[in-house]
Design a protein around this ligand. Structure first.
Ligand SMILES: Cc1cc2nc3c(=O)[nH]c(=O)nc-3n(C[C@H](O)[C@H](O)[C@H](O)COP(=O)(O)O)c2cc1C
Length: 190
């Protein structure tokens, strides 16, 4: 199963990077396969430093902002327990992993990884259609080079009512930010 969340990774100098990622999760987080595209900072960091932290989250504003490079400051973090890396203070669960191998033969690399430590901060809030809609819009915003304008517009039109009907201010603001980003990219009519 693919679980969407946030990955922190560090470069050789220890500088932290935060990016939304959807690894393949085996069993109850028995292992992960990270699949960062090349080029990306996550790919560079994980392939050189060979460890990171995957976070299960239920706040989509950070996912939306990080996806389009609009994160003005990194959220609060603390050092990971078992690897060189950082854990978000605001997350539901976290999984510290080491990268077993790197297959970079395709643009979308594959990195089977072992979970070496896990922790839980608070329960998952529950399913919310607006949060899922923001997640989908954030994925669209990172794939504008792969998807036609019509498909993007159709998807945004489909997602918007769920945000209006079921979201709070945070989801509505994140969705508007993504709509604005996509419109400015010139891919759809604003
Ligand atoms: C929910 C979600 C899941 C994503 N999953 C992946 C993924 O598995 N692999 C990937 O390369 N990019 C994925 N992306 C896109 C990256 O987050 C995006 O390209 C980001 O800019 C990469 O940042 P980086 O260069 O800091 O690593 C995902 C985006 C979202 C919103």
């Amino acid at each position: 199963m693919i679980i969407e969340g946030l990955v922190t990774s560090v470069d050789a100098e220890g500088r932290v990077n935060l990016a939304p990622m959807g690894p393949i999760v085996r069993g109850d987080f028995e292992s992960l396969v990270l699949r960062p595209f090349q080029p990306s900072t996550t790919f560079n960091n994980l392939s050189s430093v060979r460890c990171g932290v995957f976070h299960v989250v239920d706040h989509v504003d950070v996912i939306a902002s990080a996806a389009i490079g609009r994160l003005t400051e990194l959220p609060e973090m603390e050092p990971a327990k078992s690897i060189q890396g950082f854990v978000l203070k605001n997350c539901c669960r976290w999984f510290e992993f080491t990268v077993d191998s790197v297959d970079s033969s395709n643009m979308r690399s594959e990195m089977p990884s072992t979970i070496v430590h896990r922790g839980e901060r608070r329960p998952f809030v529950g399913f919310n259609r607006a949060k899922h809609a923001v997640l989908e819009a954030a994925i669209l915003a990172t794939r504008l080079h792969l998807i036609s304008s019509d498909e993007v517009q159709t998807a945004l039109n489909f997602l918007e009512p769920a945000v209006q009907k079921t979201g709070d201010a945070q989801e509505q603001q994140s969705f508007r930010m993504l709509q604005d980003f996509i419109a400015r990219s010139g891919r759809v009519e604003s």
